[in-house]
Design a protein around this ligand. Structure first.
Ligand code: NAP
Length: 364
């Protein structure tokens, strides 16, 4: 989901757009941003967040590598809840996912326009994608991810946050690099209408796989089958027995599963896997806000069926980045891949858009 911070564009799973402002000629601007009031250790609520306003200096020393970016679209991602907790394995396992300090800006991936730079590689008004913040402006330090956008691609700016950004790379790399699928294999996607899930399903169809997925409403199920070409789909909230639903969709078992959900859904998917099946654990949203829903799969199944289960992070996927970008651009140009975006507008919309993802409010 994205938020647009610019009046001309907007989106959500997870992006946000910030209202347009004239490029300031002042020495400082008012920066509106979202902060947490305290660590969040359960399901997020509106009252956990506050909108703050700070005076942000636009004076950067000529020799400094720090730049100031006007945010245009920022991503809203379920995994950010793990940075908001008082502790989680995401904070201790990787360098760039530290706990968010209450009151401080919240990092995210996004697209922005260069406002102040003395660096030769970034000129004023260049469009960039990289680590920005849930706010109207971002101060980007040297070494933080920031890349100039290729204007020749001529896609909506929001695409650089979603289908050509982290969601697209996670979908492509999780499916192709981690699962090593073959044409004709049977592929399962849960949270299939989400930012990553809808792309995994389409990549799998483009490879020539059979694809079935689940989502949390009939509208989403129809969308998967009628608009995205899924072979089958079901509303997991209406299924009394998830195992039977999977048997119905996969009478001959599952070869490849890209997991966005974890918990009981992961357990059930594993019990329907074929021998030598591959499972990529992209995320486990059902476990993020409820520690009592941990998956406890039948490990003997994993042993005797020799099932591979691998977690992955975007940082592991850089070896397929060039391939991802060229194939995805080609599919988009040829109309073979649909990029579905859920966009909300303005910094103030970020908390409710974020909370909505845990309630299934977003498509794409
Ligand atoms: N490994 C990485 O590097 C990486 C990078 C980005 C994202 N991720 C992870 O990938 C997963 C998908 O991310 P995304 O950005 O594409 O989010 P998303 O799927 O667009 O949004 C979340 C969706 O998950 C479903 N959901 C929410 N709570 C659920 C629950 N308790 N049980 C089942 N489904 C639930 C909802 O759809 P329904 O209507 O279907 O319920 C909701 O719309 C997340 O777990 C995220 O943290 C991993």
């Amino acid at each position: 989901m994205h938020v647009t911070l610019h009046s001309s564009a907007l989106f959500s799973s997870p992006f946000i757009i910030v209202p347009s402002q004239k490029v300031p000629t002042k020495m400082e601007v008012k920066n509106k941003y979202v902060a947490i009031k305290a660590s969040i250790n359960g399901a997020p609520e509106e009252s956990d967040f506050e909108i703050k306003v700070e005076n942000l200096s636009l004076i950067v020393e000529p020799e400094s590598k720090v730049v100031v970016v006007k945010n245009l679209f920022v991503s809203i991602d379920p995994y950010q809840i793990n940075w908001m907790k008082s502790q989680s394995s995401s904070q201790t396992s990787i360098r760039y996912a530290n706990a968010i300090t209450p009151g401080e800006v919240i990092d995210t991936y996004g697209v922005g326009r260069m406002l102040v730079s003395h660096r030769p590689d970034f000129k004023k008004d260049d469009l960039e994608a990289g680590f920005l913040t849930w706010g109207e402006y971002s101060i980007v330090k040297e070494g933080s991810l920031l890349n100039k956008l290729d204007p020749s691609l001529a896609f909506p700016l929001s695409y650089h946050v979603g289908v050509l950004g982290f969601s697209g790379l996670a979908a492509y790399g999780g499916f192709f690099k981690v699962c090593k699928p073959k044409p004709g294999e049977k592929v399962l996607v849960f949270a299939a209408s989400g930012s990553i899930g809808h792309l995994v399903g389409q990549y799998a169809k483009l490879l020539g796989c059979y694809v079935a997925g689940s989502a949390g409403s009939q509208e989403k199920v129809n969308f998967l089958k009628e608009k995205l070409g899924f072979d089958d789909a079901f509303n997991y909230k209406l299924e009394a027995n998830l195992k039977s639903a999977l048997k119905r969709c996969f009478p001959k078992g599952i070869d490849v599963y890209v997991d966005n959900v974890g918990g009981k859904m992961l357990e059930t998917a594993l019990s329907n896997m074929n021998s030598l099946g591959r499972v990529a654990i992209c995320g486990v949203i059902s476990e993020y806000t409820n520690a009592s829903t941990r998956a406890s799969p039948e490990m003997l199944d994993i042993v005797y069926k020799r099932i591979s289960i691998q977690g992955f992070l975007i940082a592991d996927l850089m070896t397929v980045y060039a391939d991802f970008l060229s194939k995805t651009v080609e599919y988009l140009h040829d109309g073979k891949l649909k990029a579905i975006e859920d966009i909300s507008q303005g910094v103030e919309s970020i908390p409710s858009a974020f909370i909505g993802m845990f309630n299934g409010d977003n498509i794409g």
